[in-house]
Design a protein around this ligand. Sequence first.
Ligand code: C5P
Length: 291
Amino acid sequence: MDISLKAPAKINLTLDVLHKRDDGYHELEMVMTTIDLADRIDLTERAGGIGLESTSGFVPFDDRNLAYRAAALIKKRFDIKKGVHIKIHKKIPVAAGLAGGSSDAAATLRGLNRLWELGLSVEELAGLGLELGSDVPFCVRGGTAIARGRGEQLTPLPPPPPCWVVLAKPSHGVSTAEVFNAFRADRVQSRPRLDRMEEALEKKDFSGVCEELSNVLESVTLEQYPRVRHLKEKMKSFGVPGVLMSGSGPTVFGLVERDNVARRVVNGLRGFCRQVYAVRMLGGLEGTSLD
Ligand code: C5P
């Protein structure tokens, strides 16, 4: 039996670091939402072990790969004798702040739950996901949510108003661990106002959402990589009303209501950046046939 699943990227509408915890992780408070930029994961049952294949050379091919680790975790935890071949059709840029690897892992968990008829609930899948990475529980559920703790305490929110998300990914990647390590609360210039973002989402207020975009990790990544700051400024100069870096970066995104404006911004950015995309905001998983 074969299963094919969509593994969509996420962006952060807000990201706040509350404090560093005793376990070395940071206590976070963020708003994440699913966008219509997705990898596809094909799972094919086979005898024995786990096989891995990807359309992108940038994806790790060993046990650093989160989809591989998701399959290994399920196999071990539930003592599954069968094997699986995982094929990743990569569209989401790697090490970009878009949770591409986490979403591949989440789709693999969801798919193997069906393939091997494990009957696990979404909560149980999210719990397994947290063992793989902080963003995996959100990716198991998708949609729009406040994520607290390491990222696993999820409170659903209404989806953002329909709009285009223009994404620009500089050629280099960023290490999330290094960005968190370099984070200093006293260098942060402005912090998210979660209540106002919630209000804007509830009212479907596009301008309000744009106004409340805020990510404290910009204080690290924009300093270390002037190219990211430059991309942000470039996007703003095209008249994009809301521009922010996603996650620990380096991808910068802009929210645009009209498709002709999105097209103009994409064309304008192409001279500065090779990886530029315009995709729809999804916000909820309805209609995306994730699996
Ligand atoms: O959980 P994940 O493996 O995706 O996190 C990657 C790195 O990002 C962690 O090793 C940690 O350094 C940092 N991180 C953090 N606090 C979080 C999430 C991630 O410090 N809540």
